[in-house]
Design a protein around this ligand. Structure first.
Ligand SMILES: *Cc1c(COP(=O)(O)O)cnc(C)c1O
Length: 462
């Protein structure tokens, strides 16, 4: 399998190079040169596979010969052996029409572990195989940083530096990052906001000499490996329900920020997985809900919500969907992205809107509704939702028709976001792994929010 850019100036890139490239060199995003097809018969044959076996099958469709099968099996085993649940991403029935797929059984209790455990091992594999040094640089508003650090801590050939806004991430997120004591991890707590962190990262990556000299690699959600890893659990949920005899219309409801997770579902659907509707759930930062319901993609004003990992105004994976919506026409995608830059919005014509609405339904969840849903499911079903998952459940409740079943993706454990849970006057007990963080020493370096200050620290570290 080779990969090409959504903007048409990069093509013929192998799997490993696609992982290393991150953003395509023409500014677009990498997509597979063709989408592998999974037949109904293959799906049937996959029914009895474990999560790791299924992941190996799905990955091998995208990797081809670049990684030998036995190496791939080991990568997958190492990545998913760290999960606390034997099913990795178990699906729980809450009601006949609502199942919840719990994606938070990895080391940092958020769904990002599913992709970043794999990406961490993959980077380590590439480093060993090619003898190259890998230096990961990233910015986080909380979950990605913790997951990425956990994915590579202590691994040979890799060093990682993560910037987070000092004292502006949740307490548990801060502790998950800063209590790691491996010498290949550097936490920079930046005096500033998440936007400052992202700006600094962007500038450092844009300095091509610096980027090459220090072998800088990215871990953000535009990396194609992250999408592929997330595609696996859509198949897994379908197969689990099929095994239980479910044959009706199956929807997935996805708490959405950067459009990475739901794009993985879209990819699974295009590979042949019978998904009826993809339900896109946003919080009050509803650019994607407005796109689905009004046909306009236009960043709005930033709103702070109870689901901070979805507080996003520009969805970095959205371009991948545009590419398929416009029939893989790279020239049109490039024009649309230019338009977005020049005019601040993209408006799609009526026929495209019809196509979007055949694939997606969307609901934007307001802050009050989010808390109401957490309380309701705690009282009525004895199930504690985290505020991100609550957005997914709210959308599922509003958009699942009588003859359908919806699997809502649970993207985080409620212990990570106790701030919202406490507002519902619910007292939760933390899992022991999270409780233990509070008594560990923290390792972080506080820096000014300037390019130079961060660069100085990086040069010492790398
Ligand atoms: C990152 C994240 C999301 C959003 O996922 P995207 O792939 O960016 O759409 C939702 N919930 C939680 C808890 C997250 O960490």
């Amino acid at each position: 399998m080779h990969y090409k850019s959504t903007r048409g100036q990069v093509a013929g890139v192998g799997f490993i190079d696609a992982i290393l490239m991150g953003l395509a060199d023409d500014g677009g995003l990498l997509v597979p040169e063709h989408i592998p097809q999974v037949s109904a018969e293959t799906l049937k044959n996959w029914q009895s596979l474990s999560y790791a076996e299924l992941a190996t099958e799905v990955f091998s469709l995208f990797v081809n010969d670049e990684i030998p099968r036995s190496d791939l099996e080991k990568l997958v085993q190492d990545s998913y052996g760290t999960f606390r649940h034997p099913d990795v991403t178990p699906v729980r029935k809450v009601r006949d029409d609502l199942h919840i797929m719990e994606l938070f059984h990895g080391p940092t209790f958020a769904f990002k572990d599913v992709a970043l455990q794999f990406l961490g091992n993959l980077y380590s594999y590439v480093s060993r195989k090619t003898g190259s040094v890998i230096h990961i640089l990233g910015a986080t508003s909380g979950d990605t940083g913790a997951s990425a650090i956990e994915g590579v801590r202590g691994k040979e050939g890799i060093r990682i530096c993560i910037l987070h806004p000092h004292q502006k991430v949740s307490k548990v997120q801060e502790l998950q990052m800063t209590t790691v004591d491996n010498e290949n991890v550097l936490n920079l707590a930046v005096n500033g906001t998440f936007d400052d962190c992202q700006r600094i990262i962007k500038e450092l990556f844009a300095d091509v000499d610096f980027k090459h000299q220090y072998h800088l690699r990215a871990i953000n959600s535009i990396n194609i490996a992250r999408i592929l890893a997330q595609t696996v659990y859509y198949f897994y949920a379908y197969l689990q329900l099929a095994q239980q005899g479910m044959t009706g219309k199956l929807n997935f409801s996805v708490p959405t920020g950067n459009f990475g997770d739901i794009f993985a579902g879209y990819l699974a659907q295009r590979m042949g997985l019978p998904i009826h509707k993809l339900i896109l759930a946003t919080n009050e930062n509803n650019i994607l809900e407005r796109f689905v319901n009004e046909g306009v993609y236009q960043p709005g004003e930033f709103r702070g919500t109870y689901s901070p990992s979805m507080d996003i105004q520009v969805a970095s994976n959205f371009e991948r969907y545009l590419f398929y919506l416009y029939g893989e026409n790279t020239a049109e995608v490039a024009t649309l992205m230019e338009l977005l830059k020049a005019e601040g919005k993209i408006v799609i014509p009526e026929d495209k809107r019809t196509a979007v609405n055949a694939e997606f339904a969307a609901h934007a969840v307001e802050n009050d509704e989010c808390l109401a849903v957490i309380s309701k499911y705690y009282d009525e079903y004895d199930y504690l939702l985290d505020p991100h998952t609550a957005c997914g459940v709210a959308a599922s409740d509003g958009l699942t028709s009588a003859d359908e079943v919806t699997v809502t993706l649970s993207t985080a454990h409620p212990a990570k976001f106790n701030e919202a849970i406490a507002l519902c006057e619910i007292k939760q007990t933390y899992p022991e792994q999270i409780e233990a963080l509070f008594s560990k020493p923290q390792h972080q370096t506080i820096v000014d929010g300037t390019n130079e200050a961060v660069r100085d620290k990086l040069v010492q570290f790398f």
